[in-house]
Ligand binder design. Structure first.
Ligand SMILES: Cc1cc2nc3c(=O)[nH]c(=O)nc-3n(C[C@H](O)[C@H](O)[C@H](O)COP(=O)(O)OP(=O)(O)OC[C@H]3O[C@@H](n4cnc5c(N)ncnc54)[C@H](O)[C@@H]3O)c2cc1C
Ligand code: FES
Length: 249
């Protein structure tokens, strides 16, 4: 696929747009490849009915080549989706590079015209690390988006603190679907706080990212206990996986 646009989002993070109207849904991922280097699973940041977008943090061999290429390999979409259609109200809690599957969730719900109450809580390390700054301003017209940073700077007038610290202010009911994606420690603490606040564990969904090779349930690299993250996930119901000892490792 040809890369038609590239946007710098934050230090070490950029968004790539490819010239393909995707059929990927929010929560799903594609295996993207740099010819001669390798493949990596990357979430659908924008998909169904729009050009496909991927937002990528440069961490290693494949991702560090992504800002140097004009064409890339793409296979998918794979994996499970956020089950937003099952909920009238949704609380999406995300941190760091976890935001791409929440971006596609927001777009999918808005594009569908199905009135859902969606509230988004997003935590970044610093104001500089906030991804999708322009889009967030646009989303705020339709969706309740709350930002917080671990540490602010002289221009930051918003919240400072972990994303868990703003969960109690969410205005959705306790029967809302709670969708969580971010670093493992953040997800662990968000689940704990969601349960403390009275959300029901069967309504909590996690995006569990694991190292992947095949992406299609063949190689066995991505297991979460008895499940494969690539086929049974990445979106898992917390109730279903909570006893897996690998869950938050
Ligand atoms: C379903 C899914 C969706 C993802 N979506 C995105 C996304 O939208 N944007 C994005 O930037 N990244 C995303 N990732 C993570 C991304 O796949 C990895 O960062 C990428 O595979 C790293 O490949 P690399 O060759 O650049 O790094 P490598 O050279 O393979 O590794 C660099 C470092 O990252 C660690 N690492 C690699 N992959 C993982 C992983 N899955 N979990 C924990 N540590 C890892 C390695 O141990 C090593 O320390 C997603 C992962 C999954 C499973
Ligand atoms: S990546 Fe091969 S089984 Fe999941």
């Amino acid at each position: 696929m040809r890369i038609v646009r590239r946007t710098d989002e934050a230090p070490g993070v950029h968004t790539i747009e490819i010239n393909s109207r995707g059929d990927g849904r929010s929560g799903q991922f594609f295996m993207v490849s740099v010819p001669g280097v390798g493949e990596a699973p990357i979430s659908v940041a924008s998909g169904f009915g729009r050009n496909t977008l991927f937002t990528i943090r440069n961490v290693g061999s494949v991702t560090s080549h992504m800002n140097k290429i004009d064409t890339m390999g793409v296979r998918g979409p794979y994996g499970t989706k956020w089950p937003w259609k099952e909920y009238e109200e949704i609380l999406a809690v995300t941190g760091g590079i976890g935001i791409p599957p929440v971006r596609s969730l927001i777009e999918e719900i808005n594009d569908s015209g199905k009135g859902r109450k969606l509230e988004v809580l997003y935590g970044a390390k610093t104001p500089e690390d906030i991804i999708y700054k322009t889009e967030i301003e646009r989303w705020m017209k339709k969706v309740n988006v709350h930002l917080t940073v671990d540490s602010g700077d002289e221009n930051w007038t918003g919240r400072v603190g972990l994303v868990t610290s703003i969960m109690k202010d969410a205005e959705v009911s306790k029967s809302a679907g709670v969708f969580i994606v971010g670093p493992p420690l953040m997800m662990k603490n968000v689940v704990k706080e969601a349960l403390n606040l009275g959300y029901r564990e069967e309504n909590i969904f996690l995006s569990l990212e694991r190292r992947m090779e095949c992406g299609i349930g063949v190689c066995g690299h991505c297991n979460v206990g008895e499940f494969y993250s690539c086929e049974d996930g990445p979106i898992f119901n917390y109730h279903k996986v909570k006893h897996q000892k690998e869950l938050f490792l």
